[in-house]
Design a protein around this ligand. Structure first.
Ligand code: SF4
Ligand code: SF4
Length: 427
């Protein structure tokens, strides 16, 4: 391997897993009931629901659409039981469909078909991505919106980095889907004509001879870059910041960063003509005997996924959605898998058990660890005592809410919660 990307300031080294992770991706059981949440980001405009209560719905049939043409599909053949309002696993309000399994699976019958995408132009590809309901799994936005916002990007980064200190599913997903990823990268290359496509990884990879052949045939300028095994390196902002340091200062580049699972959804939509009805979810944490990457139908209750891994071996204090430090926490096993869910981590005996002292001892630990060179101690004092420091506003602008300052604070002060609120109020 190739090129190494320099480390960023602060962060925390990611330790090896303490419990075993299955080397296989596990296809989960089909749920009898599913809760299909429509919104995948806060403030997303409402959808027009195109099915009615009591209607029989085919697997993959469109059930709702936005005014930009982005569509949502039934993950299973079903009857629409009712339309409800829910608080999503990410913490905002959305309409949702309660659906009950009924009828036959039809999409899996076409799994060997391939569509000839090479003659498609960029508008055709964008249309298909919207039509099949592909989202960017980190932002939750329809992928076409994300692509439009990054229309001047000349570098594509495929993010296979570990998203959370307790979640090791990303490289397993990448290793199992490499050829799909290459083809999906070639599809996006048709839209952007990237000068470079970079696979951001923590581990030494080489392309096999078969993969090299595919790359030559697809004519994509792709290569690996080795990133430090630290949290929160997988954050898009930190990837861009550290990666750009490896280019000459006089070169201006714009980076589009997408995760492995988003590329797989691109492949499924364009090559397999398949709607976005399944998601890869890492399920782990110290309350489970084993951890694994599961392929689950959207809407499946997270309790079913945990059950499939043998259930809990001890009672969890929290179940974190996507990220222990940044994500929402729940104990509700009926929480449904959503399009933007990629990890469920059940933990006990963690910092959530500790009472926050709310008194800063000015130890400075939070300053050492912040990857954005902020001063969390000053930010805290600003919020608690209204003290203005020279760079307070700049720090709130730079903060990526990674949660590391909270994680290391010996007083267990909930710094990140304060900073998230401050960012909303100030910026
Ligand atoms: S939450 Fe913000 S202030 Fe705290 S360590 Fe992360 S970036 Fe720095
Ligand atoms: S780590 Fe906690 S106690 Fe130490 S300076 Fe930061 S906020 Fe204060």
């Amino acid at each position: 391997m190739k090129y190494t990307v320099p480390s960023f300031h602060g962060g925390i080294e990611i330790k090896k897993e303490t419990n075993s992770t299955s080397a296989e991706i596990i296809q989960t059981y089909i749920p009898n009931y599913a809760l299909l949440v429509l919104k995948t980001y806060e403030n997303q405009p409402d959808f027009r629901i195109v099915v009615y209560e009591g209607q029989e719905i085919a697997e993959g049939q469109v059930v709702a659409q936005s005014n930009t043409g982005y569509k949502i599909h039934a993950p299973i053949p079903c009857v629409l039981h009712k339309i409800v309002q829910v608080v999503t696993p990410m913490g905002y309000i959305s309409q949702a469909l309660v659906i009950k399994l009924s009828g036959y699976f039809t999409l899996s019958l076409n799994s060997s078909e391939r569509y000839h995408w090479r003659s498609l132009n960029s508008n055709d590809i964008r249309f298909l991505l919207n039509e099949k309901g592909v989202i960017c799994s980190i932002s939750g936005k329809p992928l076409t919106e994300e692509l439009a916002q990054n229309s001047s990007a000349d570098i594509l980064v495929i993010n296979t980095l570990i998203q959370d200190m307790n979640c090791h599913g990303e490289n397993l997903l990448f290793e199992n889907t490499k050829t799909k990823i290459l083809e999906a990268a070639a599809i996006l290359h048709k839209i952007f004509n990237f000068s470079s496509i970079i696979i951001a990884t923590h581990f030494e990879y080489e392309f096999t001879n078969t993969e090299i052949k595919i790359i030559e045939e697809l004519k994509i300028p792709i290569n690996f870059r080795l990133f430090p095994l630290k949290y929160p390196q997988a954050d898009n902002h930190l990837i861009e910041k550290t990666l750009l340091k490896t280019y000459p200062k006089n070169e201006a580049h714009k980076i589009l960063t997408l995760e492995t699972r988003t590329l797989i959804a691109v492949y499924d939509a364009v090559v397999k003509n398949k709607p976005f009805i399944e998601q890869y979810v890492f399920v782990g944490g110290n309350c489970l005997k084993t951890s694994a990457l599961l392929k689950a139908k959207i809407g499946t209750p997270i309790g079913s996924l945990i059950e499939e891994l043998g259930g809990f071996i001890m009672k969890p204090d929290i179940i974190a959605i996507n990220n222990v430090l940044k994500g929402q926490k729940t104990l509700d096993l009926d929480t449904p898998v959503t399009k933007n869910m990629h990890a469920i981590i059940a933990l006990n005996n963690t910092l959530w058990q500790h009472q926050s002292s709310s008194i800063c001892t000015t130890c400075g630990t939070c300053i050492d660890v912040c990857p954005c060179l902020c001063n969390p101690m000053e930010m805290y004092k600003n919020q608690m005592y209204n003290i203005q420091f020279k760079n307070t506003r700049k720090y709130f602008e730079k903060c990526i809410a990674c949660g590391l300052c909270t994680y290391v604070c010996p007083g267990y002060i909930k710094l990140q919660d304060l900073f998230l609120k401050a960012k909303r109020d100030l910026l």
